[in-house]
Design a protein around this ligand. Structure first.
Ligand code: SME
Length: 162
């Protein structure tokens, strides 16, 4: 398995995302569509899901939303835990090439080898994130990051239009 996705595949998924995004769906429907599209079309994206910040929670809490893949024990993640907490608290994409060598990692599946978490912004503030796990080490290259940041952007824009 190549460490990055082919430009052709990324291009196809990008076009499909633009079609989804033009459907007039709610943010919730769009998020579900994004998880299905990414999980079905890019085979190394073995678990694809959204975590959203719980409105009004103190301390802040990430709550599992739409996802594809095996059920995870981590349905609620505080911001000081996990790769998910790191991405949400820093507002930056976190890429982990080898989850077993990252002390922050909260295990979901023994098969997971690498992970990317991309924050979603609503009016300039982190509102949630898109989390992808792969069974392959170092699965997330620059093209993947760009694609997933695009997904996060369209979801953030849709949330702003609510
Ligand atoms: N691995 C994540 C937890 C969520 S599962 O991957 C679905 C983390 O370290 O925050």
């Amino acid at each position: 398995m190549a460490s990055t996705s082919t430009p052709k595949k990324i291009d196809e998924v990008r076009k499909a995302l633009d079609i989804l995004n033009s459907e007039g769906w709610t943010a919730d429907q769009l998020m579900e569509g994004v998880t299905l599209l990414l999980n079905q079309h890019i085979l190394k994206y073995n678990w694809v899901g959204f975590y959203m910040l719980e409105p009004g929670a103190n301390p802040p809490m990430l709550v599992l939303g739409h996802f594809q893949g095996a059920m995870t024990p981590h349905t609620r993640i505080p911001l000081n835990q996990g790769i998910c907490g790191a991405a949400a608290s820093s507002g930056k994409t976190v890429v982990v090439d080898d989850v077993n060598n990252d002390p922050r990692y909260l295990a979901c599946s023994l098969e997971t080898k690498s992970e990317i978490v991309v924050p979603i912004f609503l009016n300039g503030k982190v509102a949630g994130e898109l989390d992808i796990d792969s069974h392959f080490p170092a699965a997330f290259g620059a093209e993947d990051r760009e694609l997933l940041e695009y997904c996060a952007r369209i979801v953030g824009q849709r949330l702003e239009r609510k």
